[in-house]
Design a protein around this ligand. Structure first.
Ligand code: NDP
Length: 444
């Protein structure tokens, strides 16, 4: 059996109850085949893939907190420190009822390659909890965050592990967690990113993932002789990534006609009104029905459905496995040219293959949404030098990073005879740097 098949079989056996992690491991290992085959004997002897697929360590802990009625609630917290070969662990904290160890492991695994692709010195990690911030008062969210950090603070630090935001964790949650870290550890350090601007946050971090997604999409299109100007774009999600992807795509002359949340979706043929969307989602934390109520041109539909809208470019920005094979077929039938992932693993493996087989330009999240973590690493740099850069400085660095990522993944795919396969290119380019570092550091 080939080394890749051997490891895949063992990973499947050991992690049978973690489908998302298996999906991510399969996607990465499959596309690394040519690289592994070229070094098969050495990598097998060094057990490189086994080490890559096993987290350095993972923590699971109880998070008790008191709700507004005086009732004690108990959630489960997780932190997976996956790989620190090229820098301190770095990855967000997801707060969502669906969170379990398999989801955190898949996200942490993806983060290793994504962080490597940024060209910055950051390793891979991820954390979260099954706590649902929706419908909770600010005091309840604070009680949860303080309890979560009371345990998490034992395992993190500016040179050890630097968590950030993700689904359900925005500026409010990061603020409460930072306050609790400071209180317990007595240390004012850049232990979290996504902080508020008055206490060490970076300008442009809020916008970075969405903007970065659009920068790489524009670079991809330019490399294929076109750009976003005048294109119709379909976006899913209505959170941090989606909002700023919509904003930047519109600034570059595209018309974005959809967005969605966990209960329904909007089709707005006149183009999404970003200010209204921000008001509904960032300020009121309300449903998209409120957007519809204030926007006569918009249609609101329950459930999922954005991929049925005809478009040139599709940007899935909500969550994992939200773009399925049937959606891919619909997009292709409607003439989509490019799909770039804002969320982590939003496209299923069969949908990805269908898009690629049908000539759609496809960039996977670990490359196309890396702008968020890249800017988090820029926040770490600013914290270390105790300086703040301007919005323009950070944005310019972000643009440079996204362009580099595009050309690196494109070149890596070409080098292994897979021109245009940006999934393989991203996995290969991300892997090479981590593998070199792991081999150089001995058996650890
Ligand atoms: P937010 O919590 O800000 O927004 C998530 C959006 O997706 C919301 O509109 C939410 O709906 C919707 N959503 C969440 N879960 C589901 C679900 N199960 N079904 C349908 N819709 C759902 O998160 P972000 O925008 O920060 O993150 C979105 C994606 O991008 C995630 O995959 C995340 O891992 C990834 N990502 C985020 C980065 C960042 O910097 N924020 C960086 C890199 C990747 P509702 O409003 O109803 O909750």
């Amino acid at each position: 059996m080939s080394y890749v098949d051997d490891v895949l079989a063992r990973v499947q056996e050991k992690n049978a109850s973690e489908p998302e992690f298996l999906q991510a491991a399969e996607e990465v290992l499959e596309s690394l085949r040519p690289v592994i085959e070229a070094n098969e004997e050495k990598y097998r002897r060094e057990a490189l893939l086994e080490r890559l697929c096993e987290p350095d360590r993972q923590f699971k802990f109880r998070v008790p907190w008191v709700d507004d009625k005086g009732q004690v609630q108990v959630n489960t917290g997780y932190r997976v420190q996956f790989n620190n070969s090229i820098g301190p662990y770095k990855g967000g904290i997801r707060l969502h009822p669906s969170v379990n160890i398999g989801i955190i492991k898949f996200l942490g695994f993806e983060q290793i390659f994504k962080n490597s692709l940024t060209g910055l010195p950051i390793g891979g990690g991820k954390g979260g909890s099954d706590f649902d911030p929706k419908g909770k008062s600010d005091r309840e969210v604070m009680a949860f965050c303080q309890s979560f950090m009371t345990e998490l603070c034992k395992y993190i630090g500016a040179d050890v592990d630097v968590p950030a935001g993700d689904i359900g964790t925005g500026a409010r949650e990061i603020g409460y967690m930072f306050g609790q870290f400071k209180r317990i550890r007595g240390s004012y350090e850049g232990v979290l990113t996504g902080k508020g601007l008055s206490y060490g946050g970076s300008l442009a971090r809020t916008e970075a993932t969405g903007y970065g997604l659009v920068y790489i999409t524009e670079e991809l299109l330019k490399d294929h002789g076109t750009d976003l100007k005048g294109k119709t774009v379909v976006v899913s999600g209505a959170g941090n990534v989606a909002i700023y992807a919509i904003q930047k795509a519109q600034q570059l002359g595209a018309k974005v006609v959809t967005c969605s949340d966990s209960t329904g979706w909007i089709y707005d043929p006149e183009g999404i009104d970003v200010d209204l969307l921000k008001e509904v989602k960032e300020v009121k934390r309300a449903r998209l029905t409120e957007y519809k109520a204030k926007r006569p041109s918009a249609e609101y539909h329950e459930g999922r459905g954005v991929w049925q809208i005809k478009c040139d470019v599709a940007l899935p920005c909500a969550t994992q496995n939200e773009l399925l094979l049937d959606d891919a077929k619909q997009l292709v039938a409607n003439g989509v040219t490019a799909v770039c992932e804002g969320a982590n693993m939003p496209t299923t493996l069969d949908a990805t293959k269908y898009l690629q087989d049908n000539g759609v330009l496809f960039i996977c999240g670990k490359a196309s949404n890396a702008g968020g973590v890249a800017t988090s690493a820029l926040e770490m740099s600013q914290n270390s030098e105790r300086l703040s850069w301007t919005f323009e400085e950070v944005d310019a660095k972000l643009q440079g990073i996204m362009k580099n990522i595009y050309h690196n993944i494109s070149e890596a795919a070409k080098r292994y005879g897979m021109e245009g396969n940006y999934v393989a290119g991203a996995n290969i380019a991300g892997f090479e740097k981590v593998a070199d570092a792991m081999l150089a550091q001995g058996i650890c």
